[in-house]
Design a protein around this ligand. Structure first.
Ligand code: C2E
Ligand code: MG
Ligand code: MG
Length: 561
């Protein structure tokens, strides 16, 4: 067997030309050799970089000098991540391996260049495989743990709350068994996608495997969790079209709340899981809180809410009217409209027990709109019947006052009922006024310019600033009945009431005392020169018919009886 001797320089050239990695050689920090592969990688033509080997630093643009010295200083064979610059200025992430070598007498460094783009992609893919569920692309148990730890740490730091939901699809196995796993998989993806759409950016929706999903909701309160849980239930129940089948699948949800149901991930997960099983026991397509008192409260609230919706549709609301009396003359100068809910089974329900739910659910807007219409129409009817002049006072909830278009609503109602603006009085609370004072000022001014009267209800129970009182175009203060109740026996209540009366008169505001029940209270208020009053002493709130009778007997409420 004969040996063929290839000259070393030819061997080197051929080897370097065929190498499928980039190679360059540094001597004294200067680049004196670049192989064809690296030239191509950097976007140069064949031989373009090597042509002027003698004069120039071959990689003058591609690799800055400081990066080279780092390479030289590094332990031989260690990887350095650098960004090379290609001919047209693009960045090329690369990994370099530098090894010292001798070239005859010359000490050089041979550097291998690996294109890091494909490697970065591969790393990203690996990270995805580690952190994400391959079917749905949602975070998996590992990433969930990270996210949850972050959420709990933040909640602990800010003394905030967080909600954890355990969602399990109902009878999902049946889909898999009867229609096959690929249909089941598609269904899972569809549900995941819908749920993802309901998440905020800070939330995490993870899949634990099978048909189990976990939601981590940082900063969410138990009450807000309720709204979301209901949304998730209705989302799951929308049919999904898979392989020609319209599938519906319901879900059962267990909810645990940080910090009351646990302070660490394990206990919160365990408790949400327990709650989820309770939801299954209750017949599925339901959610349950781990803390049972939450269930009771939310159940009552839910019941109330759906009943309220029906009440609106079935016209179960009515208005009662209570006279507002001028204390000096005993004349009825107006009435306050007070809502009542005539429940078909429960009888009359008073506003204090349903207005808060209506406010929380936004139902107060349609309810309030109805009250405004009905009250204005009734006032105009009384005026038409010659029972005026008469002012109609209507309570406005903060939520309703802040709804977009409230001013237009008032204008519209006045126009359709035919009631002139000065006969309408809107009762607002201090809470309404102090919320975003600048916006409130704008709305109040617009109403005032229309000629509508404005009064501050339950005055003294909130915290109005006197400075604001002066700025807001309010016409009347209604002293809260808690100060009137003990007027005859509690010196401080007497002091508060008379202070409000004198303050009102110096600010040129009418003052009305609520909740007058006795002759004694009336006498004290008259003595303070309180202008108007309202209370059982004169009359309880009455139906429209009874109120009509009372108005026909005007003037009669002398209070001297
Ligand atoms: P409010 O606006 O302060 O209404 C006066 C409340 O005091 C009424 O209770 C009335 O029946 C009661 N009252 C009147 N005179 C006396 C009295 O001499 N003694 C006692 N102890 N109570 C008296 P009501 O009708 O139960 O209404 C409670 C609250 O519900 C109202 O307080 C008002 O804030 C709210 N509300 C009533 N109707 C509506 C409405 O249509 N819309 C809104 N947003 N809230 C309403
Ligand atoms: Mg009122
Ligand atoms: Mg009041």
């Amino acid at each position: 067997m004969s040996t063929i001797v290839v000259p070393a320089s030819d061997l080197f050239k051929a080897g370097m030309a065929a190498a499928q990695v980039g190679v360059f050689v540094l001597h004294d920090g200067r680049c004196c050799y670049v192989n064809p592969f690296l030239e191509t990688l950097l976007g140069y033509g064949a031989g373009e970089l090597r042509r002027d080997a003698d004069e120039a630093d071959l990689l003058a643009t591609a690799l800055p000098v400081p990066a080279r010295y780092e390479l030289l200083a590094a332990e031989p064979g260690t990887e350095s991540e650098v960004v090379l610059q290609t001919r047209n200025g693009d960045a090329l992430p690369a990994v370099l391996l530098a090894v010292p070598a001798r070239c005859g007498e010359l000490a050089v460094t041979v550097v291998t260049v690996l294109d890091a783009r494909s490697r970065n992609l591969a790393e990203q893919r690996i990270r995805e495989l580690i952190d994400f569920d391959t079917l749905t692309g949602l975070p998996n148990r590992r990433l969930l743990k990270d996210r949850m730890q972050q959420a709990l740490a933040a909640a602990a730091r800010d003394e905030g709350s967080a909600v954890l939901m355990f969602v399990d699809l109902d009878h999902f196995k049946r889909v898999n068994d009867s229609l096959g796993h690929s249909v089941g998989d598609e269904l899972l993806c569809a549900v995941a996608q819908r749920y993802q759409g309901a998440m905020r950016q800070v939330d995490t929706l993870a899949r634990l495997g099978g048909d189990e999903f976990i939601l981590v909701l940082p900063g969410m309160t138990a009450m807000a969790g309720l709204e979301l849980a209901r949304r998730l239930l209705s989302m799951a129940a929308q049919p999904v079209f898979v392989a020609g089948h319209a599938l519906t699948v319901t879900a059962s949800i267990g909810i645990s709340v940080y910090p009351q149901d646990g302070s660490d991930m394990e206990s919160l997960l365990k408790n949400a899981d327990t709650a989820m099983y309770r939801a299954k026991e209750l017949g599925r397509n339901a959610f349950q809180y781990y803390a049972s008192e939450m269930n009771k409260a939310t159940l009552e609230r839910l019941l109330m809410e759906s009943n309220l919706r029906r009440a609106l549709l079935e016209r179960q609301f009515t208005l009662h009217y209570q006279p507002l009396v001028e204390l000096a003359s005993g004349r009825i100068i107006g009435v306050e409209a007070l809502i009542r809910w005539q429940h078909p089974e429960l009888g009359i329900i008073m506003p204090d027990s349903f207005i808060p739910v209506a406010e929380d659910t936004g139902l107060i807007n349609p309810i309030g709109d109805w009250v405004l219409c009905a009250a204005c129409r009734q006032a105009q009817r009384w005026i038409d019947a010659g029972l005026g002049p008469l002012r109609m006072a209507v309570n406005v909830s903060p939520v309703q006052f802040r709804q977009a278009g409230f001013i237009h609503l008032v204008a519209g109602v006045l126009a359709t009922s035919g009631l002139a603006a000065p006969w309408l009085e809107l009762e607002l609370t201090e809470r309404t006024l102090m919320h975003d004072a600048e916006v409130t000022l704008g709305s109040l001014s617009a109403l005032s310019r229309m000629g509508v009267h404005l009064s501050l209800d339950d005055f003294g129970t909130g915290y109005s600033s006197l400075a604001y009182l002066k700025r807001f175009p309010v016409d009347k203060l209604k002293i809260d009945r808690s100060f009137v109740h003990d007027l005859a026996h509690a010196a401080d209540d007497l002091a508060i009431a008379s202070t409000i009366v004198s303050m009102g008169s110096s600010l040129r505001l009418t003052v009305l005392a609520e909740g007058i029940e006795t002759r004694e209270q009336l006498a004290l208020l008259r003595h303070m020169a309180c202008e108007q009053g309202q209370g059982y002493y004169f009359s309880r709130p009455l139906t429209a018919d009874k109120m009509t009778e009372m108005l026909k007997q005007q003037p009669f409420l002398t209070g001297e009886t």
